[in-house]
Design a protein around this ligand. Sequence first.
Ligand code: ZN
Length: 340
Amino acid sequence: MTVGESIKKFRTELGLSQEDLGEKLLVNKQTISLWENDQTMPSIENLMLLREIFGVSIDKILYGDDNSKMGKNLNSLDTICATLAYAMGITPPKYAAEKNWELANYIDKVFDGKKADRIVMYNPDAVAQWIYEKYPDYFPDVKLRTDIEIYLASVMPSVTPVCFGTMYTGAQPEIHGIQKYEKPVLTIDTIFDALINAGKKPALITYRKCSLSRIFLERNLDYYHFEYGDIANVNAKAAEVILRDEHDFIVIYNGNYDATMHKNGPESARSLAELRINNHMFSCISDLIKNNWKHHNTLVGYAMDHGCHTIDGSCGSHGLDMVEDINIVHLYKGYKKTES
Ligand SMILES: [Zn+2]
C-alpha cells in the first residue's frame, strides 16, 4: 500500500471527506487529494497531526496497515538510547546510533522545546508487538497513559541481555559485545555513564541475577535488587523512589510476563493475566509521577526489550530472527511541569 492509499483508507474509515480532513489540518482539499494520489508527501508536522486524527502510528501511515504482518519494523531499538539522551539534553553514549526522530519530535512538542529533567523507563520483558496488537484489552491503562507508539525492531539474538545491552548503549550487539544469552558487565559507554557524566543520578530497580541487574554493574548508580521474580517489591521500591524524588533516571524491570510465557505460552490465560499486572503497575507509576512530580518535566516509557512466539503448542520462547520475536513497540508520554 502506498502512503496515499493508506491516508485515503484511514480517512474513509473515519467517514471523513477530503474537505473534512483538510479542515482539521488547516490545508485545502487539493492538498489532501495530492497526498492521496501520491503526488506529494505530507510534511512531518502534518504526519504528526494525521497520526493523532487517525489514531495510528506514523509507521502505519507510511508503510501500510499490515506492516507488522509483512516484515520487521524499520527502526531499530538502537535509536532509543540517543533519544533518551536528547530528551534530557545530555551527550549520548559514545557508540549510540542516531536518535529516533518521531520520538524526538514528540519530546520537543510535549515539553515546548524544553528538556526533560526526569525519565522513568518501565521495562516489561518479552511483551511482543503482536501480543500488544492482538490483546488491546490487556493494555487499557498503558494506552490511556501514553501518547505515542514507537514501532521498533529488536536485535539478534532476541534475548534479554542482548536487547537491554542495545536499549541502554544505543549500540548493536557486535559493538556492545553481548551476542548470546550471557550477562557480563558491559565495558562500553552506556546511558548510565552518560547520565553520571552529566551530573545526573540514575537508579536501577530489578531482580537479583536478571540481565539488567548484571550488565550495568560497577557504575556509580543506585542499584535496588530484589529476589528473582519479586515484582511486588520491585514495584513498591519504584513507588518509594519516585516519592523520594532524588533520581533523574529510573529503570524498573518487570520479568513476570517472560517467566510465565516460557512455561505456559504467550497467549495462555496465566500469561495474559501478567499483562494485566503490568498494565496496573504502569498506571500506578504514571499516576504517582503525574501527582507528585508537578515540578518536573518527566518522560515515561513502557518499553519492551523483545517479543516472543509459541513453541510446541503450549510453551513460549524467543531469541530467533522472526517477526514475532523482533517486533516490539515502545509507548511514551511526557508530563510537562505545572509547578516551578
Ligand atoms: Zn525469556
